[in-house]
Each structure stands twice: as C-alpha cells, then as structure tokens.
Design a protein around this ligand. Structure first.
Ligand SMILES: Cc1cc2nc3c(=O)[nH]c(=O)nc-3n(C[C@H](O)[C@H](O)[C@H](O)COP(=O)(O)O)c2cc1C
Length: 186
C-alpha cells in the first residue's frame, strides 16, 4: 500500500468533510449576514455543537453581540453560492441580497433561517471561552432544528479543504446493525 504523508496542520484535508454549512447571524442593528463554515462538529446527543467562527469576521462580531446564530445546511444546488459567500464579507456586501437567498424568521433566535437550505439549526452560544485560544471556536446549543421536506435535492456538500467538494453519494442503510444505538435511529 502507498501512503502519502502530510503534516499535522493538514488534518482538515481528511477530516473536514462534514457538510459545508452557512452560518447566519443578525446583529443588534438588524443586519443579517452569512458565512461559509467547514470546521464544525456535533459534541453530544443533547444538541451541543461546535464551530470555528474566525475573529474579526462580520459574522463573528454579530455572534459575539447577540449570542445567536443559525446553521444552515445547503444542498449541492447551492455549491457556487456557498463558495462565493465564503469569499466575501458582510462588511462589504449584503450576502442574502447578493446571492439571492431568502431570510426566514425562526422561533428562538433573531438570526434568519435560509429558506433555500435543506435544514436550519437555530443556536445559542453556550461557551465562547475557548475562542481566543482556538481560532474562534464556539460551543453552541441547538435550540431548534428545521428540516425542509419539500426539496427534491437532498445531497449535501463536503469540502475537502482545498476548494474541491464531494456531493453525497448513495445512502447505505445499516440500521439493522446498530444494535447498541437503537434510541438514536428515529
Ligand atoms: C469552503 C469554505 C469553508 C470555510 N470554513 C470556514 C470556517 O470553518 N470557519 C471560518 O471562520 N471561516 C471559514 N470560511 C471563511 C468564511 O466563510 C469567510 O471568511 C467569510 O467570508 C466571512 O464572512 P463575514 O465577514 O461576512 O462574516 C470558509 C470559507 C470557505 C469558502
């Protein structure tokens, strides 16, 4: 077998590929913004999540101000917008307007859901004490999940850390083998 070696700081190239998401915020002046985020994870079955929101970004300032955001999960049909949203700043543009996305009111937070996404997760900040040490790492509590059942395209987008992406492939249903984890299959 041939193994290619990469330095530790390239670990994201093999681990990042959860769904690339859009993080939505609305600051106290009412200005909504979006950023693209590949560095995020689920921490517990109780809805504790983590995301890296870089210090100084417009989104990070809004998040620090309000303690609220929405994690939108785009489908592959939004791939180009997802990349472009991550290549400009709310300091310069209104991203909902520029990229033709529709802000939609949620229930728990003022940050808007993204109507065109497959799913949206309303979140509040649980802990931001790690942000300074770890590139803006914030721990979030998922308050509400919205799943868009009206969409034909269900494939999500996965960043390989280098500007290339994979779309989801075939669904592999192994529920029968998840004998220890039945409680989490609904
Ligand atoms: C594919 C992709 C993944 C990204 N992942 C992250 C990330 O995990 N964390 C982060 O802080 N920025 C990430 N970015 C960069 C932000 O999306 C980018 O800085 C954004 O434009 C900030 O916008 P804002 O100033 O309006 O908040 C990513 C960008 C791209 C294109």
């Amino acid at each position: 077998m041939a193994w290619k070696r990469l330095p530790g700081d390239k670990a994201y190239r093999v681990l990042e590929a959860g769904p690339t998401i859009l993080v939505s915020t609305r600051n106290n002046a009412g200005r909504a913004d979006l950023m693209t985020v590949g560095f995020h994870m689920v921490i517990s079955h109780e809805g504790v999540l983590a995301a890296v929101i870089s210090p100084g970004d417009f989104s990070q300032q809004s998040l620090a101000e309000t303690g609220e955001c929405v994690l939108g999960v785009p489908g592959v049909d939004l791939a180009e917008q997802v990349v472009d949203i991550g290549n400009c700043s709310g300091f310069d543009v209104d991203k909902f307007d520029r990229f033709g996305l529709t802000p939609k009111n949620g229930k728990h937070v003022a940050a808007p859901l993204v109507e065109e996404c497959l799913a949206n997760v309303e979140c509040t900040v649980l802990d931001d004490t790690l942000a300074d040490a770890y590139s803006g790492l914030v721990i979030l509590r998922a308050e509400q999940v919205w799943v868009n059942t009206g969409r034909a395209e269900h494939r999500t987008l996965h960043h390989n850390g280098d500007g290339t992406f994979n779309a989801d492939g075939d669904l592999i249903d192994l529920k029968d083998r998840m004998v220890l984890w039945k409680a989490y299959q609904d």
